[in-house]
Design a protein around this ligand. Structure first.
Ligand SMILES: *Cc1c(COP(=O)(O)O)cnc(C)c1O
Length: 380
């Protein structure tokens, strides 16, 4: 049993072959256009940029927003390294704040307390394809003219009320890495722009800091260096692979949600006995089954359970190490307010295997193994 395993639709090879018969394979060709178009429709976005990774999409953001050293951004400490690194690379101060333990999403109350005149953006991470209650945050950010960014790397296909996650912030990003619900052949990402004001700058950042987009649109007869940017285009082979996956997104997510549901039902009794807590889907979300986690009573219990499962060849993993205590996080960031949950809960959290190759029988094997752990078999 694998923790993650790529789902293959069967159309990837067909589309890649067709891509190979084209004259060009650079970014922006037929498959890139098709995928961008589909995503643009799905998110009702102002613009979509396919990138080589979600990390690249994140790195474009401070350039588009023209953030400078001295500016501050607020984000959870409980996130992937590159959420913070994209901003640290530009000399921006990272202000980490605490999470809500039920969803492990950033706490709106902690954001409110951390806002300062230097705050230029708030980055929320849609952890496991779930979100904060945006309506409780947006009016305040609007009033202070602060940009809302969604790190939606894990959230493709999830909803907040009836809006797709990733369409609520001024901009958001997606990841098409191997470990996400759909992939662009191992690596890939996208930047979603929901506010018209940022398009002109985003075009330039995307095309290596030039006005090449204006050249492509026949607005100028040559292009030159205009601003800071980099090589942020996804290649055509990856886009062909991604199209096949995107076409099956609904089936892929439906299946993952079913697996999620089995875990949720099977582990209910253990929660009632006080042995563990199950991941909670906030009432404002429809989730995409990206991951299923439980929270144990202590780090020790979690390590014992991991070992118990490993002996039965079941892979189960913790997740993020809090960034504010990491070697780089100590230099480039700081924690604001009290760390009530981030460290403690990250030490007790355990993710269970979830992918499109697992059957309900596989999931019952996992939940039976967890039940046997709490019956004391682990200590036999
Ligand atoms: C996966 C992930 C990323 C990075 O995505 P890549 O495509 O691998 O660069 C960033 N943020 C979060 C929250 C992620 O889960």
């Amino acid at each position: 049993m694998y923790f993650n395993e790529i789902y293959k639709t069967g159309n990837e090879i067909k589309y890649i072959k067709k891509a190979l018969s084209q004259q060009r394979l650079q970014g922006g060709e037929m498959y890139s256009k098709k995928v961008s178009h589909l995503l643009k429709k799905m998110y009702q976005a102002k613009q979509v940029y396919l990138t080589p990774s979600c990390t690249d999409a994140l790195e474009m953001m401070p350039l588009i927003l023209d953030l400078k050293p001295g500016d501050e951004v607020i984000m959870p400490s409980y996130t992937f390294v590159t959420t913070a690194q994209a901003f640290a690379l530009r000399g921006i101060a990272i202000k980490f704040v605490d999470v809500d333990p039920k969803s492990m999403n950033i706490s709106i109350n902690c954001i409110k307390k951390a806002l300062s005149v230097k705050t230029k953006a708030v980055i929320v991470v849609n952890y496991g394809g779930c979100s904060i209650d945006f309506d409780g945050l947006l009016p305040m950010l609007e009033e202070k003219n602060i940009v809302l960014i969604e790190d939606n790397a894990q959230g493709i296909g999830s909803l907040y009320k009836d809006q797709p996650l990733g369409s609520i912030g001024h901009m958001s990003c997606l990841s098409f890495h191997d470990t996400k619900n759909i992939t662009a052949g191992g690596e890939g990402g996208a930047l979603i722009i929901n506010d018209e004001r940022f398009i002109k700058k985003a075009n330039r950042v995307y095309h290596k800091g030039t006005n090449r987009q204006a050249f492509i649109n026949n607005k100028v007869d040559r292009y030159t260096w205009k601003t800071l940017g980099a090589s942020y285009l996804m290649n055509e082979i990856s886009a062909a692979y991604l199209l096949a996956q995107l076409e099956d997104l609904k089936e892929i997510n439906d299946y993952r949600r079913r697996i999620w549901g089995i875990y949720n039902n099977e582990l209910k009794a253990l929660e009632e006995k006080g042995e563990l807590l199950r991941q909670v889907i906030p009432q404002w979300n429809k989730h995409n089954g990206h991951l299923f986690f439980i929270r144990l009573q202590s780090k020790l219990k979690r390590e014992a359970l991991i070992n118990h499962l490993r002996r039965k060849n079941i892979p189960a993993y913790s997740h993020y190490e809090p960034l504010h205590t990491s070697e780089a996080g100590l230099i480039y960031g700081g924690f604001l307010g009290k760390d009530r949950y981030t460290t403690k809960e990250s030490q007790c959290l355990l993710r269970l295997p979830l992918n499109n190759h697992l059957t309900s029988k596989d999931i019952l094997m996992v939940t039976d193994a967890i039940k046997s752990f709490f019956k004391g078999d682990a200590y036999e």
